[in-house]
Design a protein around this ligand. Structure first.
Ligand code: IMP
Ligand code: MG
Length: 181
């Protein structure tokens, strides 16, 4: 794939394409079907995208979910690693959608250390959802997680990945494929 469309690369170069746009689309379509099949007819489902990384994934995913759902987003504050504590988390955008007695699906771009999930999941479970599941496009499978990840698009390599929503210093999010830098 031609890396010249990558725009502002700074000193970073794309090393290789890890998941092509076509491979991603095929998998996202399958995931939409898997999610649709997992709920009883008439279930009240809220799909929650964790910003910013999930924005492209969730946009594609929900178009492959033919059953009725609602969509909202949340954004968590990012603290430096040394300041991490699950009690410290703050939502910089808190979804307006109520969660009580609803089936909530949290959409992540990538699970790496699991820190993000361990901060956000307790906040969501406090709100009394009927069920709370995690769906991620990529999983690096390095973390010991307290929360089961129900739907995983791809088991990802340890490389730093960009594209399809994933950034390096806010660059590369717009790429239709996922590459390593
Ligand atoms: P965790 O909190 O360590 O599990 O990491 C989750 C968040 O870190 C993701 O939502 C991404 O925003 C970011 N992240 C982790 N690994 C990568 C990567 O390889 N590329 C880009 N962002 C990443
Ligand atoms: Mg990020």
């Amino acid at each position: 794939m031609n890396a010249s469309r990558d725009g502002r690369l700074g000193d970073r170069r794309l090393l290789r394409v890890v998941y092509s746009a076509e491979a991603i689309q095929r998998r996202v379509e399958e995931m939409g079907r898997e999610i649709s099949g997992a709920y009883a007819p008439g279930a009240d489902i809220l799909v929650l995208g964790l910003l910013k990384g999930s924005f492209i994934f969730i946009a594609d995913l929900v178009r492959h979910v033919p059953i009725p759902i609602q969509v909202d987003f949340l954004a968590a504050s990012s603290y430096g690693k040394e300041r991490v504590s699950s009690g410290e988390v703050r939502l910089v955008y808190d979804p307006e959608a109520p969660m009580e007695n609803r089936h909530v699906i949290l959409i992540e771009d990538i699970v790496d250390s699991g820190t993000t999930l361990s901060r956000v999941m307790p906040l969501l479970s406090e709100r009394g959802p009927a069920s709370l599941e995690i769906c991620t496009l990529l999983h690096k499978r390095v973390a010991e997680l307290d929360w089961a990840v129900r739907w995983v698009g791809f088991d990802a390599p340890g490389d730093f990945l960009v594209g399809y929503g994933l950034d390096y210093a806010e660059d590369f999010r717009h790429l239709p494929y996922i590459g390593s830098i």
